[in-house]
Design a protein around this ligand. Structure first.
Ligand code: ADP
Ligand code: MG
Length: 344
């Protein structure tokens, strides 16, 4: 199965929410990572055929999705951002209702609905009204409804919003088990989510994919520049103010371990560490910061990325991340457009 966009564009007035995008997706889990306003929701709605592009095409195995019509929709599961619920419905009735809308009825629908409630950990609350659910429970129900028709293409817009750490682990396992022979695309602005779930990460900025690759590959360019250094805890503030610190961790022995992004060894006891996506963001942010006069953003990427309170990444901006991603890195052209051929 191959889902491909060809110069896909969606313009609102002068604003290009999706800008001439060429991507090719095959079976696997894709994490679409970007700050608010990057165009993630617009791209997902286009892929779900809920919006018509102003330019370009979307092809499934070479055929235009417009022409495939119902046949294409039958393959889709979609969790919209800020999914609207029916507060007076009970969870199981809601699923059966959506199942009926998707053409699934009778015993098969019941089996599927109960099975999914079990998988998302809601079987005990199956007969509770949705209005009594927490944010995380609603989100889990939303994930279940998207999976009712066993979709070959599953599109989840910010599926981890509102999930607590335990729910995140459950979600990750669910998606991993589900993703075989399917295309799963999930958007998020939370770095750690895509890092642990997605097999491929697409970083989106201003309607374009500016960066893509497997979690390991995408961070490889800063290998050799991420350090861990232990310091006395009471000196942490001073170091955080002076160095480019992406994280800090307090040890039981009264020391603090800093994660520092630096070209050269920042202190004698520093040890090289394996870079992660957050480090990459901070790295780009720093480049941007010292690159002279370019805008310093502030946005959800930093705030939501699991930053320790008071660490520089979150206090200063952090946003950084996707905002700061330079188009020249990793096969992208100067204009931020992906130049490395199709993204697979
Ligand atoms: N219906 C709309 N009308 C006008 N502008 C829109 C509309 N939907 C989205 N946009 C704009 O398109 C850009 C991308 O939005 P969106 O796709 O929601 O991004 P994301 O999901 O990454 O936050 C934003 O600048 C947003 O304001
Ligand atoms: Mg969105």
């Amino acid at each position: 199965m191959e889902l491909k966009t060809v110069e896909l564009t969606k313009q609102y007035g002068k604003k290009k929410a999706v800008d001439c995008m060429n991507i090719t997706l095959t079976e696997g889990i894709y994490g679409l990572l970007g700050a608010n306003g990057a165009g993630k929701t617009t791209l997902m709605r286009l892929l779900c055929a809920l919006q018509r592009p102003t330019g370009g095409r979307i092809l499934l195995d070479g055929q235009g999705i417009g022409r495939l019509g119902e046949e294409y929709r039958d393959l889709l599961g979609y969790l919209p951002q800020g999914f609207g619920y029916y507060p007076d419905f009970r969870a199981i009735d809601f699923l059966l209702y959506i199942a009926a809308l998707k053409g699934l009825e009778g015993k098969a629908a019941e089996r599927k609905a109960w099975g999914l409630l079990e998988e998302v950990g809601l079987s005990r609350e199956a007969r509770h009204r949705i209005r009594t659910f927490s944010g995380g429970m609603k989100q889990r129900l939303g994930i279940a409804q998207a999976m009712l028709n066993d979709p070959r293409i599953l599109i989840l817009d910010e599926p981890t919003t509102g999930l607590d750490p335990k729910e995140r682990v459950r979600f990750r396992n669910l998606i991993s088990a589900f993703s075989k022979r399917r295309i799963v695309i999930l958007s998020t602005h939370i770095v750690s989510d895509v890092e642990s779930i997605a097999e491929r990460i697409l970083v989106m900025k201003s309607g374009r994919i500016v960066h893509c690759g497997r979690p390991g590959e995408i961070t490889s360019e800063i290998r050799g520049q991420v350090w861990e250094c232990a310091i006395p805890a009471e000196q942490a503030d001073r170091y955080v103010a002076e160095l480019n610190v992406s994280n800090l961790r307090n040890e039981r022995d009264g020391r603090t371990v800093l994660r520092v992004i630096a070209r050269d060894k920042p202190m004698p006891n520093a040890k090289l560490a394996e870079p992660n996506l957050e480090d990459l963001y901070l790295y780009y942010f720093r480049e941007e910061d010292t690159g002279g006069g370019r805008r310093r953003g502030s946005g959800p990427l930093a705030a939501a990325s699991g930053a320790a309170p008071g660490r520089r990444a979150s206090r200063d901006n952090g946003a950084a991340a996707a905002e700061g991603l330079s188009g020249e890195a990793s096969g992208c052209g100067r204009d931020g457009e992906w130049k490395g051929g199709d993204i697979r």
